[in-house]
Design a protein around this ligand. Structure first.
Ligand code: NAP
Length: 306
């Protein structure tokens, strides 16, 4: 029996862990590869307060883990398969077959990269197709790559890759990029090897053993062209990792967990924090804030009902 089970591995999960641990609650974080938190794939975080020089996602994640550990929180690296309600307790079933009873649960499973769904995407995963520039960028030193997407993630990853590759194509389905202006300006100023391919959709990722090109279609003329690339980095947004909880907490039409401002879900004793939650601003700072609130409210809940 533990006080709080936290499911997740990103800044929401670990901020909740720091607050819960520091409040003296017996807390375990359940982290799996799937929900390790997309923070580790961000090359440089520039908008987290207190880091004027910026900080890499990996380093910040490492620091969060250490800080939670300092307050006595354990991390179990295992996937949560199911959460069951058993009276006022919650049962957490993990991949190893073990079941843990918790008084309160904080859901912070984040999101997973959305897939393009075109031919070749699955076939060449790890053979030229990647969803993480910081993890795989080094394999493409001196080579040609395409980054797919027009949001902040696509542009910040393009900026990172630009330093490594020979040529970079940024392919976006519309004429306007969604990313904030500062990133658009930086790409123009700092990425001479970059070429914008706007209003184009990726139709196929081609190759033999490894990727050697993509077919893109001009949305206006419908003309299809091939671009020779060795790598394809896909950054077209994300989907919430809420499959295991959709039967026990209320989610919106896209699967994000609905909470109030106390991070309470529709199920008493279960809280949600970070990108997994229905919200307007999915950023590191809001994820951390959610985590702190969820832990605070979970503590109150435990004090009141146990
Ligand atoms: P996003 O803002 O939702 O952008 C996704 C991009 O992919 C959009 O340009 C979208 O096109 C495109 N897209 C979506 N589905 C597509 C499809 N099926 N085929 C082709 N293109 C598709 O997602 P994100 O860039 O991952 O960012 C998510 C959140 O994290 C945002 O709040 C962002 O600010 C934050 N973030 C911030 C930073 C930073 O450096 N501060 C870095 C990474 C992420 P449309 O524009 O046409 O919809």
């Amino acid at each position: 029996m533990i006080d709080i089970a936290i499911v997740g591995g990103g800044p929401a999960a670990y901020t909740a862990a720091i607050f819960a641990g520091r409040a003296g609650l017996n807390t375990i974080v359940y982290e799996s590869e799937l929900i390790a938190g997309k923070i580790t794939s961000i090359p440089q975080i520039e908008n987290y307060p207190g880091f004027p020089e910026g900080i890499s996602g990996e380093e910040l994640s490492d620091r969060l883990h250490k800080q939670a550990e300092k307050f006595g929180v354990d991390t179990v690296y295992n996937e949560v398969k199911e959460i069951r309600l058993n009276g006022k307790y919650k049962e957490i079933l993990i991949d190893s077959g073990e079941t843990i009873k918790a008084k309160a649960v904080i859901l912070a499973m984040g999101e997973t990269a959305r897939k393009l769904g075109c031919p070749g995407e699955g076939k060449f995963l790890g053979k030229g197709v990647s969803y993480c520039a910081i993890c795989d960028g080094a394999f493409f030193k001196g080579k040609n790559v395409a980054v797919i997407g027009g949001g902040d993630a696509a542009l910040s990853s393009a900026l990172y890759l630009c330093r490594l590759v020979k040529k970079l194509y940024l392919i976006h389905r519309r004429n306007d990029l969604r990313a904030i202006k500062i990133l658009q300006d930086k790409l123009k100023q700092q990425c001479e090897k970059g070429e914008l391919v706007l209003n184009h959709e990726v139709k196929e990722i081609q190759g033999k053993k490894f990727v050697n090109g993509i077919l893109v279609q001009n949305k206006e003329t419908e003309e299809v062209n091939r671009i020779d690339v060795d790598g394809v980095f896909i950054y077209i947004g994300s989907e919430p990792n809420t499959k295991i909880v959709r039967e026990i907490v209320k989610v919106d039409e896209q699967g994000y967990i609905v909470t109030n401002e106390k991070m309470e879900t529709s199920c008493p004793g279960i809280y949600a924090a970070g990108d997994v939650r229905k919200k307007d601003l999915r950023q590191l700072i809001t994820a951390a804030a959610d985590g702190a609130i969820a832990a605070f409210q979970a503590r109150r809940y435990i004090e009141m009902y146990y």
